[in-house]
Design a binder for this molecule. Structure first.
Ligand SMILES: [Zn+2]
Ligand SMILES: [Zn+2]
Length: 140
């Protein structure tokens, strides 16, 4: 899935109307495995699409999530959208914010915490927090 035509077909097949903004957001995040926030998408697109607003980016990412084209999780209170929709864990560098995928890192589900006994749990994702190799040993 990489051409504009494929993106258009995909959006249409999910009942999403094709707008230039929607195509720009989808074209940026869907073709590759990436982790984005609404802000990072906005900053990458705002020069090319002056009519684009943060709100539109956020709504569009939410629509793509509703269509199961993106996964969403939270790190430090920020919504992160993930184009890898297979279940996987993450590691996040607390210094530079790099997020990496840990595919197949769920050998077994942990025991359900007692507080979740009444919940209907669909899955579980871990986020490992630490310093990435590039940040170890750097100042600040
Ligand atoms: Zn780092
Ligand atoms: Zn991921």
């Amino acid at each position: 899935m990489s051409t504009n035509h494929e993106i258009s077909t995909l959006l249409r097949s999910h009942g999403l109307r094709l707008t230039p903004q929607r195509l720009a957001v989808a074209g940026l995040v869907l073709p590759r495995h990436t982790h984005v926030t609404a802000r990072s998408v906005y900053q990458q697109l705002k020069n090319e699409h002056p009519a684009l607003s943060m709100n539109t980016v956020y709504l569009t990412l939410g629509q793509l999530e509703s269509c199961n084209l993106l996964n969403r999780f939270e790190i430090n209170g920020n919504a992160v959208f993930d184009s890898n929709t297979l279940p996987h864990d993450h590691a996040c560098c607390s210094k530079c914010g790099t997020i990496i995928d840990l595919p197949g890192a769920q050998p077994e589900l942990p025991l359900l915490p007692t507080a979740l006994k009444e919940w209907q749990i669909y899955g579980e994702q871990r986020i490992w927090i630490g310093l990435c190799p590039a940040c170890i040993g750097t100042d600040g």
